[in-house]
Design a protein around this ligand. Structure first.
Ligand SMILES: Nc1ncnc2c1ncn2[C@@H]1O[C@H](COP(=O)(O)OP(=O)(O)O)[C@@H](O)[C@H]1O
Ligand SMILES: [Mg+2]
Length: 277
């Protein structure tokens, strides 16, 4: 899921996990509506769905050792005890490229990339099916970003995981995603297979996002004109009537400020919400 900062990506991720309660709509997971469940009903899903947070500094409790951070979920969900639990923690540490001796240290003793590895080990500790990765590399140094993405891809292969990978630009998600949803001001404006989105973007917002990806070739760069969006993102608390993107849209028509376009299947498997496609 891609969209600029403040459009509601984290809110969506946290609502899926019920860290926030939805004020409307449904969250269908494996045929069940998570949004309508009681606290007791939701508990097994807290094991099946885990989250990796954007900020590896704020998301780890600084007063807990790495061992306790990774072991907490294992204990809460009663997965392993004693020596088995300790083995599991060591195993998780090696999976994310950390060492046994790191287990007795505290988060502040690690670099940003290492902390994110601890956050990933914590998420994996309860053997989830779905991991919501909320901009897991945005806060990291560029040199570390590729390492962490590669590790996430390896773990996905090895453990058969599904990721909902959240990012604020399209350059990051090209390789890791099978399908991409583009969000603008709290609503998905385009959803399709990853390759199709890059080849044949339909929504004007997606086109603008794609044009913002730097291309390391001056000839290609000159040929592809960058689309600069004017104005700011309107407030999600008081969204405009009609299409939410209309105030910044280069191809706006009269209908756009009056009616809200629905997400429609424009080509097989390719959904977009725009009156002017
Ligand atoms: N559907 C929504 N309705 C009302 N406010 C929202 C909605 N989605 C997001 N917000 C508000 O917008 C702000 C930014 O949302 P956030 O999810 O953090 O954006 P992002 O992760 O895309 O940067 C938050 O203050 C949040 O409360
Ligand atoms: Mg966010």
């Amino acid at each position: 899921m891609v969209g600029e900062s403040g459009c509601g990506k984290s809110t969506t991720g946290r609502t899926i996990l019920r860290l926030y309660n939805a004020t409307g709509g449904e969250v269908i997971y494996d045929g069940q509506d998570l949004a309508g469940m009681s606290e007791k009903q939701i508990k097994p899903y807290r094991k099946r769905i885990q989250m990796i947070f954007q900020d590896p500094y704020a998301s780890l409790n600084g007063r807990m050792t790495v061992n306790d951070i990774i072991g907490e979920g294992i204990t809460i969900h009663e997965l392993y005890k004693g020596a088995e639990k300790q083995d599991r923690i060591y195993n998780l540490l090696s999976h994310v490229g950390l060492k046994r001796e790191h287990s007795n240290r505290y988060p502040h003793e690690f670099s940003g990339g290492q902390r994110q590895r601890i956050g990933i080990a914590r998420a994996l500790s309860v053997e989830p099916e779905l991991v919501i990765c909320d901009e897991p590399i945005s806060a990291l140094d560029v040199s570390i970003q590729a390492q962490v993405v590669n590790m996430l891809e390896d773990l996905q292969q090895e453990l058969g995981l599904t990721y909902l990978f959240i990012a604020h630009d399209l350059s990051m998600v090209k390789h890791i995603s099978d399908r991409i949803g583009v969000m603008y001001l709290g609503k998905l404006v385009e959803v399709c297979e990853s390759a199709e989105l890059y080849k044949n973007p339909l929504h004007p917002y997606t086109k603008a996002l794609l044009s913002a990806i730097p291309i390391p070739d001056p000839v290609v760069t000159r040929a592809n004109k960058r689309i600069i969006l004017e104005g700011d993102v309107p407030s999600p608390i008081d969204p405009p009537v009609g299409c939410r993107f209309a105030s910044r849209c280069p191809v706006r028509i009269a209908q756009c400020t009056e009616e809200n376009p629905e997400l429609k299947e424009m080509a097989p498997g390719h959904f977009a919400s725009c009156f002017n496609i």
